[in-house]
Design a binder for this molecule. Structure first.
Ligand code: UGA
Length: 469
């Protein structure tokens, strides 16, 4: 937890240091970034910061207008400042006009969304539109780089779409350069990557893309298109597998009174395993893991070689919310449905993880809907994501509060969903004093069980012994 906080603070310090860096790039390039979502904006801002001339493109006129006048459509620590610095230095501009953006650029990054279809496979419509628009405006040799997360074979698809839509014969190469940015620390991840993956069937195109990253000190993995595309899915699937694995072990802890913190420490201390992504909790959410696992599973089914392991990782993640809901009902609920009738529950933290206002696939939304279905009222608070949450949780039974203390007043139970640094600093005695029942459920193991024993507060967490005063 402390580590998360330190990381949060140092993200800002990082930008201060960046201001004084002198980039040694000799061959600066003209770059176009298609798509101003969080990957596109971070990529565009970072390449501009290297000294390149960047034009960022989006179909959303309102977004482009706001970006052009210094706005930032997403909450990502440090991004606004990075965009602003480069906008003022005239290294980045924003446009809705694809023709001018493509004409001027040697390298074009595709950073559009690749959402899931109903059947779990990937909706590539935005990729296809981007590729065909690029094709119609190609005037001289281009390198088209796919940064969006796309299933194996999409590079070839982009090539086909471009060839089909060219107005006149043109030279171009397609490269896959997947991103490994985490929301909430995307800028740091861009400037301090563990590795850069460049996949292409053209050595010259790959070398040119590699050149763009030359100031970064990390291994560059050069491979073919297919492998680069698959590295991205394999990475996210492996990390998600670690999470579902530790959560499954946490289930055993809950029935035996073993302690998941000690197990994660013992497990992660083996260098072959490592400590990262062994934090037990309510499971993974966000715009990447759930969608990417479905996509990988769907690809494997198409290839008639279903990845059963991924199916199970998804299933273990699915049962996290029903499991905690059952524990809540067992503690304060009724035997008949709606089993939380007449109760009020305080839900603390809504974002799918700290340092973001992103609510996509957030466990909070799933849990709130399940709580509402069981007849309870909800008081909730999140430091950043309240505005977005209001447009999703529209029930009159959800009350948005100004802080965790007011959100917990007169409630029967408080549950923490997101491990925001500010929650670690809460005065829990004050928080529980005004509750009808002073019961805390901690879905992210923010607090120490021993600390709760000292405070004499009833406390239930994930994979650790419960404490009853
Ligand atoms: C993830 C990957 O970590 C990035 O490398 C990748 O680039 C990105 O997806 C993407 O494909 O674009 P992100 O979704 O931003 O990044 O968030 P993570 O920090 O990976 O967390 C994902 C989820 O796992 C969160 O809900 C988090 O609470 C949960 N988690 C994470 C755990 O439950 N336990 C852990 O130990 C770690």
């Amino acid at each position: 937890m402390l580590l998360t906080f330190i990381k949060y603070i140092s993200t800002y310090d990082y930008f201060e240091n960046q201001t004084n860096l002198k980039w040694e790039i000799k061959n600066l390039m003209n770059i176009c970034v298609v798509g101003c979502g969080y990957v596109g904006l971070v990529t565009a801002a970072a390449f501009a910061d290297f000294g390149n001339d960047v034009v960022a493109l989006d179909v959303d006129k309102k977004k482009i207008k706001s970006l052009s006048s210094g706005g930032c459509p997403i909450y990502e620590p440090g991004l606004k400042e990075l965009l602003e610095r480069n906008r003022k230095a005239k290294r980045i501009r924003f446009t809705t006009s694809i023709s001018s953006a493509v004409h001027k650029s040697e390298i074009i990054f595709i950073c559009v969304a690749t959402p899931s279809k109903r059947d779990g496979s990937t909706d590539l419509s935005q990729i296809k539109v981007a590729a065909s628009q690029i094709a119609k405006n190609i005037n001289n040799p281009k390198i088209i780089v796919n940064k969006s997360t796309v299933p194996i074979g999409t590079g070839e698809l982009v090539e086909k779409v471009i060839n089909k839509n060219l107005n006149k014969p043109a030279l171009f190469d397609v490269v896959s350069n997947p991103e490994f940015l985490r929301e909430g620390q995307a800028i740091r991840d861009f400037f301090e990557p563990d590795r850069i993956v460049i996949g292409s069937n053209s050595e010259i195109a790959a070398a040119k893309v590699k050149e763009l990253y030359k100031t970064l000190k990390c291994p560059v993995i050069s491979t073919d298109l297919y492998s680069a595309e698959l590295i991205k899915y394999a990475s996210n699937a492996f990390l998600a597998t670690k999470i579902s694995f530790i959560n499954s072990i946490a289930n055993i802890c809950e029935t035996t009174n073993a302690n998941i913190d000690d197990i994660a420490l013992g497990l992660g201390s083996d260098k072959r395993i490592g400590h990262d992504f062994l934090q037990a909790g309510l499971g993974f959410g966000g715009s990447c893991f759930p969608k990417d696992l479905q996509s990988l599973l769907s690809t494997s089914i198409e290839l008639k070689d279903p990845l059963k392991i991924i199916k199970e990782v998804i299933e273990q993640n699915r049962i996290r919310v029903p499991r905690i809901l059952n524990r809540i009902i067992k503690r304060i609920g009724l035997s008949k449905k709606p089993r939380l009738y007449g109760k009020t529950i305080s839900v603390l933290g809504l974002a799918f993880k700290p340092n973001t206002d992103d609510l996509r696939e957030a466990k909070s939304i799933e849990l709130c809907n399940a709580i509402l279905k069981e007849g309870a009222n909800i008081n909730t608070y999140d430091p950043i994501a309240m505005k977005k949450a209001k447009s999703i949780l529209k029930s009159k039974k959800v009350n948005f509060c100004k802080d965790p203390y007011s959100a917990s007043k007169n409630t029967d139970l408080a549950i923490f969903i997101t491990e925001w640094p500010e929650f670690k600093q809460l005065d829990l005695k004050r928080l529980t004093k005004n509750m009808t029942n002073a019961i805390i459920f901690d879905g992210r193991n923010i607090y120490d069980v021993k600390e709760m024993e000292k405070l004499k507060i009833e406390y239930h967490s994930i994979g650790r012994p419960s404490y009853y005063p």
